[in-house]
Structures are given as C-alpha cells and as structure tokens.
Write a protein that binds this ligand. Structure first.
Ligand SMILES: Nc1ncnc2c1ncn2[C@@H]1O[C@H](COP(=O)(O)OP(=O)(O)OP(=O)(O)O)[C@@H](O)[C@H]1O
Ligand SMILES: [Mg+2]
Length: 162
C-alpha cells in the first residue's frame, strides 16, 4: 500500500518563478491496484511521481510505503523499493552501458562487478523478447543506440524487473 498524506510542493518559493505544483494531495493505493493519474499539461503529474520517488523532498506531508515512512528517505535509497519510468526517455537508463548491463543494475544484482551470469542473460533475453522489439538480440549494444521508444520500453522493464 502506498499512502500519500497531504503532500505539498512549491518550486522556487518567494521568487517570480514560484509555482505551487502540489497542494495537500492525499492518495491511497492498495497492493495490486493499477491506477491512472490524469491531468492537463503542467497539472503536476510528473511532480507527483518525483515526490513519490524522492527526486526532491516535499514541503509538507507524509509518504508511506507498506507502512514505512519514506518521506525523508533519499532518492538513491528509495530506488531500491520504488521503480519508476521518467517522462523523458533519455533519463531512465545509462546510455554508455549495454542493455544487459542496464538490466543487471536494475535487477539489483548484489556485488555486480561487470560479470553477467549465463542464467541472468537468459532471463533478460526472455523478458526482452516479450517487448517484441528485437532487443533480445542486442544485449551487448549500448543503450544510447536505441530509439526513444525502445529506450522507454527498456526502462519500463528495468523499473519492474525487481
Ligand atoms: N523543477 C521545477 N522547477 C520549477 N517549476 C517546476 C519544476 N518542475 C515542474 N515545475 C512546474 O510545476 C508545474 C507542474 O509540472 P509537472 O511537470 O508536474 O506537470 P505535468 O502534469 O507532468 O505536465 P505534462 O503533462 O506536461 O508532463 C508546472 O507549472 C511546471 O512548470
Ligand atoms: Mg509530466
């Protein structure tokens, strides 16, 4: 269960660029629910995802995941328990690393030092095949060679693999 309790975020407070993006937003998402957030451009959707994943700290409110208070947990620690897809396809993966290296990192292989086991490689191949983009035959190519849509699909897989 993900619980947001009255979270708020104002960018650039006290300046001419001040923007109140989230105002006391509360939301409960039970396990297994698939929900869609709909809103106009600039409504605050990406800001909401940024708040949940810890891209910045909120000005107020609480964020709980399975009862654990993650409100003040830094992004790199939240990334262990929260997978995310960025709106910008260039942001969710490392372009200089190969497809299989990106997947190994996302899968959180403990102590991963550049060696990918045959078993892991087969597992990555099988999951990539489901995307039906031929990426299973490009495991050792740098992610920077992929198209925006291919890269976004890979990031979706990375966000859900663990
Ligand atoms: N880092 C930032 N600094 C200043 N203002 C920001 C920042 N990020 C977002 N904003 C502002 O906050 C508001 C919400 O932006 P956000 O990106 O959350 O919108 P969105 O709902 O994701 O829109 P879209 O559908 O266009 O992706 C916008 O007015 C935006 O200009
Ligand atoms: Mg957005």
């Amino acid at each position: 269960m993900l619980e947001l309790k009255k979270i708020s975020k104002t960018f650039n407070p006290g300046t001419v660029n001040e923007k109140r993006a989230l105002h006391e937003l509360s939301l409960s998402v039970p396990d297994g629910d698939f929900i869609t957030i709909i809103g106009a451009n600039g409504a605050g959707k990406s800001t909401l995802f940024g708040a949940i994943s810890g891209s910045f700290l909120t000005d107020g409110g609480e964020i709980l995941l399975d009862g654990q208070d993650v409100t003040l947990l830094p992004e790199y620690r939240r990334s262990k328990i929260i997978g995310r897809l960025f709106q910008d396809p260039m942001r969710g993966s490392a372009p200089g690393m190969t497809i299989e290296e990106n997947l190994a990192l996302a899968a959180g292989r403990r102590g991963w030092l550049g060696h990918i086991s045959r078993q892991d490689r087969e597992c990555f191949r099988a999951q990539l095949r489901e995307l039906d983009m031929g990426l299973e035959d490009r495991l050792r190519q740098p992610v920077g060679l992929l198209s925006g849509g291919q890269r976004q699909a890979l990031t979706l897989l990375m966000a859900t693999i663990a």
